[in-house]
Design a protein around this ligand. Structure first.
Ligand code: HEM
Length: 503
């Protein structure tokens, strides 16, 4: 059994980290709430034992116990990483503005999935992209987009009504996670790209498959150059990438063709990006290069098709799960939705202002994000040696910030960290308000989620539309198996008994 030598300054070289044989069963790391961070005792001086013990019964109550240090060596497949499970240190990493902790872009398949867009870009490139994309998410735009979000949600519940609930005496079993994948795809297609789910469907289906391939390759040993071999997996990745690009190009070409008639590219995300790709007017007699190239626009489209849909879809899924396991909250949220947004009949859609008044729903969503963070891990790389919780991480080390685990840390959240309790976010309750600062679901600092408000409004619109029309109860077929595949999804879906409130 290899013992790892730590230098006098308590640091460890990256090559040493990489030379450890992964077959020696060092550490297993998966960060879904139900999975454990394990490291065999005393195998590595740097590693500390951190165990998350689970008592999940339908996920209602999960106990966590931890001992030892919160910063330690761990493995992700064959890759050694430094797990930073201390909230204060994690915040320090995320808030850094000096470029010491850039994004870690090591997997070529991850690049195929997300493109070198806003999520993965670093430095000047990231700033240039952000400048173009940022205005698409301001509050005025969000207010306009709310109607589209509420409209998509209304179409979804109408389909449930017509497609099953009405014809089965006001009660039907519906697999909800698939429904939410569609509705969130529809929302991002309409709001950001002026297309519909039907048009973007090819992109979403290809991205889903790429996501699963990406996750499997993240865990396997990469032979240098192997990504160029025509293996079965690589051929599939290339085919899917081609499909995504050609479908996105079609959407872009349609917009370019409509420019004359529409009097411009439009002011949604795609419109802003196309505007930025047009040659800029000359400055001091010299023509300036466009802010974004067509290749960069395609990459950014991939980023938003994935980041804007997948995450929100899982937030909706876990929200519905927790509503069904906490019927008293379901009733409270229903009453609030009816009070603020009406009973759901007629043509009136909830507005942005109405959705902002859903205070209880807001608390509920924050607690859902805490317990079932759709992004359970954030990764960064160190650009230079840096002191981390008592030892020095070498330059180039990968840092893993286990959001799901930190969200159940009793030192941060109290002894009831494993208990579902939305009131912990209620500032007015005094007791524990202010906990929101420890919520890392949307990250924080300069690289915080640009779509945070978008996601919250979209989720509120969908939850309000559903609760005003239906009661929800878990189907006996449901199996609780949250799975981390870059995002946290229910492995076997979310079959739910949906009953009309009007019967
Ligand atoms: C519940 C829903 C969502 C969650 C939990 C979530 C979570 C996150 C997290 C944790 C990050 C930081 C990732 C990192 O640092 O590695 C992030 C970044 C990002 N998110 Fe989201 N997100 C959500 C919804 C959205 C939506 C709806 C959009 C777009 C419409 C979006 C677009 C982005 C983008 C572009 C970034 C990169 C920002 C940057 O680096 O400047 N996200 N998100």
């Amino acid at each position: 059994m290899t013992q790892l030598k730590v230098k006098a300054d308590n640091s460890i070289s990256l090559s040493k980290l990489q030379s450890i044989n992964k077959n020696q069963k060092c550490v297993v790391v998966r960060c879904a709430p139900e999975v454990l961070l394990l490291s065999p005792p005393d195998r590595f001086p740097l590693s500390a034992q951190l165990s998350v013990k689970l008592t999940a019964r339908n996920g209602q109550r999960v106990g966590a116990r931890r001992r030892g240090r919160r910063v330690f060596l761990c493995w992700f497949g064959s890759t050694p990483e430094i797990c930073v499970g201390d909230v204060g240190l994690a915040k320090r990493v995320l808030s850094d503005r000096t470029g010491l902790f850039p994004k870690n872009v090591t997997s070529p398949v991850l690049l195929k999935l997300l493109g070198n867009g806003l999520v993965l870009a670093n430095g000047d490139e990231w700033q240039r992209h952000k400048k173009v994309v940022h205005p698409a998410f301001n509050t005025d735009k969000l207010k306009t987009m709310t109607a589209t979000m509420a409209g998509c949600a209304r179409s979804m519940v109408a389909r449930w009504e017509e497609g099953g609930v009405a014809s089965h005496g006001g009660r039907a079993v519906i697999e909800l996670s698939g429904q939410f994948e569609e509705v969130t795809a529809d929302v991002i297609s309409h709001t950001a790209f002026g297309s519909s789910y039907a048009e973007g469907k090819q992109v979403f289906m290809a991205l889903r498959e790429l996501q699963f391939i990406t996750f499997s390759t993240l865990l396997s040993v990469q032979i240098p150059g192997s990504r160029y071999f025509p293996t079965k997996k690589n051929l599939r990745v290339w085919m899917l990438d081609k499909k995504v690009r050609s479908t996105l190009m079609e959407i872009i070409n349609n917009r370019l063709a409509a420019k004359e008639k529409a009097g411009g590219y439009g002011d949604d995300l795609l419109g802003l990006m196309l505007e930025a790709s047009a040659p800029a007017p000359p400055e001091h007699g010299e023509s300036r290069a466009p802010l974004l190239s067509m290749g960069e626009i395609i990459d950014e489209c991939k980023t938003f098709f994935f980041a804007g849909q997948e995450t929100t879809s899982h937030l909706l899924t876990w929200t519905m799960f927790l509503l069904s396991t906490h019927p008293e909250w379901q009733e409270k949220l229903r009453q609030e939705a009816v009070r603020e947004c009406g009973c759901g009949g007629g043509d009136r859609l909830p507005t942005y202002d109405m959705l902002c008044k859903l205070k209880l729903m807001n608390l509920f969503l924050l607690e859902t994000l805490r317990l079932y963070s759709p992004v359970p891990l954030i990764r960064r790389r160190t650009r230079a040696p840096v002191e981390m919780g008592g030892f020095t991480a070498p330059a180039g080390a990968i840092l893993t910030l286990p959001i799901a685990t930190m969200h159940r840390d009793e030192e941060v959240w109290g002894t009831d960290a494993g208990v579902f309790d939305p009131t912990r976010f209620d500032g007015a309750a005094g007791r524990r308000g202010g906990k929101k600062a420890a919520l890392l679901s949307f990250s924080l600092g300069p690289r915080a989620c640009i779509g945070q408000s978008f996601a919250m409004v979209e989720t509120k619109a969908a939850v309000a539309a559903i609760l005003r029309r239906f009661r929800l109860a878990l189907s006996p077929e449901y199996v609780h198996a949250p799975t981390d595949v870059i995002t946290l999804r229910p492995k076997h879906g979310l079959p739910m008994i949906v009953t009309s409130v009007h019967t």
